[in-house]
Design a protein around this ligand. Structure first.
Ligand code: 0X9
Ligand code: ZN
Length: 304
């Protein structure tokens, strides 16, 4: 088991994932879709009861990632809690019987470790440039890459990379979506902070054709989360609600990957810079957010 009273180092997260995969071989599969520039494996846990009709993967799937941005520690914690509930809580068995889950708790482990060992507010990955280190993975996806809200200066926090999809971490996502794109109906990417449920697009103020599906779903999720302890979310498209920024994972997964529904979830903040909520906030945040995940699941199950 893993606890939700502290933020864990990557090694602890790794051991938990391996242990889960070992203990629940019938419903989990642990994969390593890529290694980072510092050589760390990126893990994806696939949770499935398998055996959908005809042995084909006809069940809809939900893809989830956390830790794209190194300093947003509440994100991996939330994704780990989702894994724990899906795998270790028998009450949620129905949630893995009718839907498959592909879950990456920490997409940017190099950056994540760096925020533990060197610099708490590091955002990017740790790939080396000529003058500076790190690409902002959420500017590196190759859909309207570098058009708005991204920097071509490798020393900036929003450096979009040498080219679209230049990084192993972003490529890991595109590889998974390339392989399972047809099956994936919902993509959730967890960030912090600000209590936003953001849907595409981030590169333009125009809205996707199914924006109403996103908007209604966002409101249903907000209702479920706020019922727990009053935490309320703002719902809208990234550009119109937060700011325009191209190269995000959500835009790519929907725009190129063809996944119909995509949300970037900005979890609650805390601490002086917002990225550092006290450890006492972990449990309240992850449990209330889980109520929202149930609503996302129900939508996928009933719609696709
Ligand atoms: O700027 C970002 O990458 C996200 N906010 S954060 O404070 N976590 O850095 C928002 C991304 C929203 N999605 C797109 N712009 N595509
Ligand atoms: Zn972020």
């Amino acid at each position: 088991r893993i606890n939700f009273v502290e933020f864990h180092r990557y090694g602890v997260i790794e051991s938990y994932l391996k242990k889960i995969a070992e203990e629940y071989p019938e419903i989990t599969r642990l994969r390593t879709p890529a290694n980072t520039t510092e050589g760390r494996p990126i893990y994806m846990l696939r949770i499935t009861t398998g055996g959908s009709q005809g042995g084909q993967h006809t069940k809809p799937a939900i893809l989830i990632d956390g830790g794209i941005h190194a300093r947003e520690w509440i994100s991996p914690a939330t994704v780990l809690y989702i894994i724990q509930e899906l795998v270790e809580n028998p009450e949620n068995r129905h949630m893995i019987e009718n839907v498959d889950w592909m879950i990456i708790p920490v997409l940017n482990p190099d950056g994540y470790e760096y925020t533990h060992t060197n610099s708490r507010l590091w955002r990017k990955n740790r790939s080396k440039g000529k003058r500076c280190t790190g690409t902002d993975l959420n500017r590196n996806f190759g859909f309207h890459w570098m058009e708005v809200g991204a920097s071509s200066d490798e020393c900036d926090d929003t450096f979009a990379g040498k080219a679209g999809l230049s990084e192993p971490e972003t490529e890991a996502i595109t590889h998974i979506v390339g392989k399972h794109g047809e099956q994936i109906k919902l993509y959730l990417t967890f960030h912090s902070y600000g209590q936003y449920l953001l849907y595409p697009w981030g590169y333009t103020s125009a809205l996707p054709e199914n924006w109403k599906e996103h908007d209604d779903l966002g409101h249903a999720v907000d209702k479920a989360i706020s019922a727990v302890a009053g935490t309320s979310y703002t719902i809208g498209s990234s550009t119109n609600t937060l700011y325009a920024a191209a190269g995000g994972s959500d835009d790519w997964v929907k725009g190129v990957g063809g996944v119909p529904v995509a949300f970037c979830i900005e979890l609650p903040g805390g601490g002086s810079w917002g990225f550092d909520p006290p450890t006492s906030m972990i449990h309240p945040v992850v449990t209330e957010t889980w109520e929202g995940v149930k609503v996302f699941h129900k939508h996928v199950q009933t719609t696709y």
